[in-house]
Design a protein around this ligand. Structure first.
Ligand code: COA
Length: 152
């Protein structure tokens, strides 16, 4: 598997990006403003993530997704480690990520990759998404904010 930056003249893998975020408008916006990286295997795109610089020292992992048939094989972890390394290499100090209160697997994954919970944006998903979202039998209302320091 090879992970590379998507060139500006290439189409982002929208189907994959929408697995992580149901808002096409928001996805289009942050893909345009951020850097999109794709994981390819045998010429096929099997994963994606988007890094957006939010201030001089900070970037946010805006989206991460792996093709459904390839879940559970460690690709998500590899993508997060790649994002952490790239953010570190550009001298950034903090990498942030946000996920829903109902995204149990993602909360586990981010903490396994070194992120710690730093806050909760209550009712974020109620305010920003028209449709109600349910996962694991839980309504997704709150955005759990996580972060990790990149430099000592
Ligand atoms: N409890 C505990 N650990 C869990 C878990 C749960 N409910 N669900 C997942 N994990 C752990 C796995 O055990 C694994 O850790 P391990 O290697 O220590 O066993 C890790 O999280 C996931 O591993 P990995 O195989 O690398 O993940 P993946 O390739 O399946 O990708 C996603 C993970 C989230 C990117 C993928 O499921 C996906 O694309 N989902 C849809 C899009 C999405 O929700 N994106 C995130 C938006 S916030």
């Amino acid at each position: 598997m090879n992970i590379r930056k998507l060139h500006h003249n290439e189409q982002p893998p929208m189907k994959l990006l929408l697995l992580a975020d149901p808002s096409k408008e928001k996805v289009t916006d942050y893909v345009h403003n951020g850097d999109c990286y794709i994981a390819e295997k045998s010429g096929e795109t099997i994963g994606v993530y988007v890094l957006l610089k939010t201030d001089a020292e900070t970037a946010e992992l805006m989206n991460i997704a792996v093709k459904e048939s390839a879940h559970g094989k460690g690709i998500g972890k590899k993508l997060i480690k790649d994002a952490v390394q790239r953010a570190k290499n550009t001298g950034l100090k903090t990498l942030e990520v946000g996920t829903g209160n109902s995204s149990i697997g993602q909360l586990a994954l981010y903490q396994k990759c070194g992120f710690r919970i730093v806050g909760v944006d209550r009712d974020f998903f109620v305010r920003h998404y028209e449709e109600e979202i349910y996962e694991n039998g839980i309504q997704c209302r709150d955005m759990v904010r996580l972060a990790q320091r990149l430099q000592a």
